[in-house]
Ligand binder design. Structure first.
Ligand SMILES: *[C@@H]1O[C@H](CO)[C@@H](O)[C@H](O)[C@H]1NC(C)=O
Ligand SMILES: *[C@@H]1O[C@H](CO)[C@@H](O)[C@H](O)[C@H]1NC(C)=O
Length: 501
């Protein structure tokens, strides 16, 4: 503490204060690291661009404690009318030495610079000067083909899940299969299915079913991609429901679904939930893979050593969990927030409790991941929060589950929850290992589930699937054109890029 405030001591005192706050860690501007797609905004356009800063100390060790917001980040550039560009920046402190910077652009921006400083010294390779004009994500800047896109975006190899999912389909002849798919799944009260055609980078569709509102998520991701890349001409079906559809071994139909299962042959794509949060990053959706990380209250060591869970009564396991937790209040904080399926059991498993903000889940060290009606789509956000995930075995999966390893990225429990008490107490007694697995899970999320990766997954999937189609791509009469978002006058990226060539 600084008690003397004479002028002579003031400087020494403030230095001491900084060091106290940093837990005696001395940050090195040069050794601290900056990376992420947001450093190449002219190549990688997203609704919200983002990059990371890792604080590193003078001994070249990553800092892993909360040292407060210490980096100064400036994003600057000039607009068409020579004013500072309108940019909204958001700095997220993960409270473990890692920072996420994200920004949204509201107009084209020239001479864009990213400046990152620590105590007036440039960090890593700052300043980052972008010579090309950068455009808001709403602008249609699609010029290149999909292979260029995959390379520019550093999408990496085709995900294994896509290879697995497409294995049963050596070739797709829609002239033969189209009518069969429509006949089989045109069940308006139980199935919601949309038929899409992409042609010359325009999108056409026709939906079957009574409830097809969720087509907006598929429309949005396709429109967004078609502003970034010329999509291949192709035809496909999307199941808008949660349940996978393709259960017949004898005749497998290629249908895209949000959720897969070991008993079905649907081709999985990222869920509508993570798709929306990708597209609405820094928009109307609060919960996304980045905001989760920036809104946790405590670093690992300050979180409560209990397993936390909230949710509705989607299945018997969730009720069982309530019962188990009551026997072990020292290990669990669990309750149902809504009764819908088991209304008659409310006096046994209730009362339902108040809604808890998702960010507050991470006041607790351990998070239980239980299925809902199918896979619970909150799983990516749970991983991102940095607590230890204790996940129920399940036949259902999202597009990335098969890349996760139990005891590496999360702890697995039996489907009937018979070992959940054992596994939670293991975590309590093996804190270091539990923390390690939690960090791995969070790192997996940052390397596989951020907006960049979701765009890449769709691009890979569409690209791979398009190569299997042998029939001609013809827009059918009953199809509706999915309109691109309105293009502002300033969206002149195509002409600019052409001029440069
Ligand atoms: C600091 O550590 C990183 C690996 O974490 C290494 O690549 C780098 O060369 C090191 N820098 C110095 C100056 O030792
Ligand atoms: C369970 O968690 C909620 C939300 O964090 C908290 O308000 C409540 O006090 C906790 N209950 C117990 C018994 O710790």
């Amino acid at each position: 503490m600084c008690l003397h405030v004479s002028f002579r001591f003031l400087i020494i005192c403030s230095l001491l204060l900084v060091e106290e706050a940093l837990g005696n860690e001395i940050v090195s501007a040069k050794l601290s690291k900056v990376w992420g797609p947001g450093l190449k905004p002219h190549i990688i356009s997203m609704p919200a661009r983002y990059f990371f800063i890792q604080a590193v100390n003078v001994e070249n060790r990553s800092i892993s404690s909360d040292i407060g917001i210490i980096f100064d980040v400036f994003l600057e550039g000039v607009s068409k009318i020579q004013k500072p560009c309108r940019i909204w920046t958001n700095q997220l402190n993960r409270k473990d030495g890692l920072y996420i910077i994200r920004y949204k652009l509201y107009e084209p921006c020239f001479n864009f610079k990213i400046i990152i400083q620590y105590q007036n010294e440039h960090v890593d390779s700052s300043p980052y000067n972008i010579l090309d004009t950068i455009y808001p994500d709403e602008c249609d800047c699609s010029t290149g083909g999909i292979n260029d896109f995959l390379e520019n975006w550093k999408c990496g190899p085709v995900p294994r899940q896509i290879i697995e999912d497409l294995k049963p389909f050596n070739m797709v002849d829609w002239d033969k299969t189209r009518i069969k798919v429509i006949e089989k799944f045109n069940q308006p009260h139980s199935v919601s299915l949309c038929h899409y055609i992409l042609k010359n980078n325009f999108i056409y569709r026709n939906c079957y079913g009574k409830y097809v509102g969720f087509k907006m998520f598929m429309d949005s991701i396709l429109l967004s991609l078609s502003r970034k890349v010329k999509l291949p001409n192709m035809e496909f079906f999307v199941n808008l429901g949660d349940w996978p559809l393709v259960s017949e071994k004898s005749e497998k139909f290629p249908i895209f679904s949000w959720c897969g299962s070991t008993a079905t042959y649907d081709i999985v794509m990222p869920t509508y939930d993570i798709t929306e949060s990708t597209l609405e990053n820094m928009g109307r959706v609060m919960l996304d893979m980045l905001s989760v990380q920036g809104n946790v209250k405590d670093p690992w060591q300050d979180r409560i050593e209990k397993a936390f869970w909230r949710g509705r009564d989607s299945n018997q396991y969730r009720l069982d969990l309530v019962e188990i937790s009551r026997k072990h209040p020292d290990l669990f904080n669990v309750s149902l927030t809504n009764f819908f399926f088991f209304r008659d059991k409310q006096d046994i498993y209730g009362p339902k409790t108040e809604h808890v903000s998702f960010f507050s889940f991470f006041d607790y060290k351990y998070q239980l991941a239980l299925d809902g009606t199918v896979a619970a789509y909150r799983f990516p956000y749970l991983l991102a929060g940095g607590s230890l995930i204790i996940k129920q075995e399940s036949p259902y999966y999202e597009h990335f589950y098969n890349d996760l390893k139990p005891n590496t990225h999360y702890v697995q429990i039996k489907r009937d929850l018979s070992d959940v008490v054992e596994k939670v107490s293991w975590a309590v007694h093996n804190d270091e290992e539990a923390h390690f697995i939690a960090s791995n899970g969070q790192q997996f999320a940052n390397e596989n589930l951020l907006p960049q990766h979701i765009f890449c997954y769709y691009a890979h999937l569409l690209n791979q699937f398009s190569t299997l189609i042998k029939s001609n791509i013809i827009i059918l009469e009953n199809m509706e054109k999915v309109e691109q978002v309105k293009q502002q006058n300033y969206c002149d990226c195509k002409t600019t890029i052409k001029d440069e060539l």
